[in-house]
Design a protein around this ligand. Structure first.
Ligand SMILES: Nc1nc2c(ncn2[C@@H]2O[C@H](COP(=O)(O)OP(=O)(O)O)[C@@H](O)[C@H]2O)c(=O)[nH]1
Ligand SMILES: [Mg+2]
Length: 262
């Protein structure tokens, strides 16, 4: 990682750099949004490697991805033979990543790539190993489902209880990692249980976690949102499956030495 190119909102702080950013995009039947989101990602002022993992799409997304990959050398498309879930797609994308920093980007338009600058800033400043973008930390967001947001808050609280992290949005898509950190974690969850699993394993590593506010343009079920009650139950199960060992055995976070950071 090295020098600064251009910042997000604050001109005085070092922000985007000529470090390489790998954006891992899990993608399942997103024909309505894939061209737009890919355009938005590639427009960000980073040296970007965009790893798109298609999860067995059947709506024409695969043809769109072939066209996009042919037009943009920064794009690598990985095809899952059959639908396996967001977690499996992320696992494949993380292993394929070659950038200094790895960031998760969903293929719908709920999260805004113009916020990458603020998301990577704590890592570039050498303060963080992992950054979560929080939809509940004060940025603008579309007003949508109450029960859905209550579910999110409950899952975050349950996760915090077992990990002893004070996150405000465990389920966020925007999770950013130093590549060495995410590639050191063995992941198992194939579907939406991946979010609490990543969070618990990050907590157990004792790396430095930061949270930054992000905006959120949530979509409705009519607009294509797919996550549902079943996924919430699986996430709750994953919170206890991967998180419970942590306070029980009273392990202290391992200090991260300065020499561990690029
Ligand atoms: N729902 C769903 N999304 C998947 C799957 N595999 C990959 N994805 C991608 O994972 C991301 C999150 O899914 P999404 O349905 O937007 O979740 P939600 O917005 O939280 O309801 C999107 O980019 C999906 O295209 C899958 O099997 N099911
Ligand atoms: Mg989504």
């Amino acid at each position: 990682m090295a020098t600064a190119k251009r910042g997000h909102s604050s001109a005085s702080k070092p922000t985007t750099t000529d470090c390489k950013l790998t954006v891992v995009m899990p993608c399942y039947n997103e024909i309505k949004t894939i061209d737009i989101i890919v355009g938005q990602v590639l427009a960000q002022p980073f040296d970007i490697e965009l790893v798109i993992v298609d999860d067995g799409s059947k709506d024409g997304t695969r043809d769109a991805l072939a066209r996009l990959a042919a037009a943009h050398p920064q794009i690598r498309v990985l095809l899952q033979e059959k639908n396996q879930g967001k977690g499996a797609a992320l696992q494949r994308g993380f292993q394929a990543a070659t950038g200094d920093i790895v960031l998760v980007q969903d293929a719908d338009l709920e999260y805004d790539p113009s916020e990458y600058g603020r998301l990577v800033e704590p890592i570039l400043e050498g303060k963080a190993d992992v950054v979560f973008g929080s939809r509940f930390a004060g940025e603008s967001h579309r007003v949508l489902y109450f029960w859905h947001s209550l579910g999110n808050r409950m899952l975050t609280t349950m996760s915090n209880v077992v990990t002893d992290l004070n996150l405000t949005d465990m389920e966020t898509c925007y999770k950013v990692f130093r590549r060495e950190v995410i590639q050191a974690i063995e992941l198992e969850e194939s579907r939406f249980g991946i979010e609490p699993e990543i969070t618990a394993k990050i907590a157990q590593m004792g790396v430095r976690v930061w949270e930054v506010p992000i905006s959120y343009n949530g979509r409705t079920y009519a607009e294509g949102k797919k996550i549902g009650l079943k996924d919430a139950f699986r996430a709750a199960y994953a919170v206890s499956k991967y998180g419970l060992v942590w306070p029980m055995i009273g392990r202290s976070p391992k200090p991260v030495r300065d020499s561990d950071h690029a």
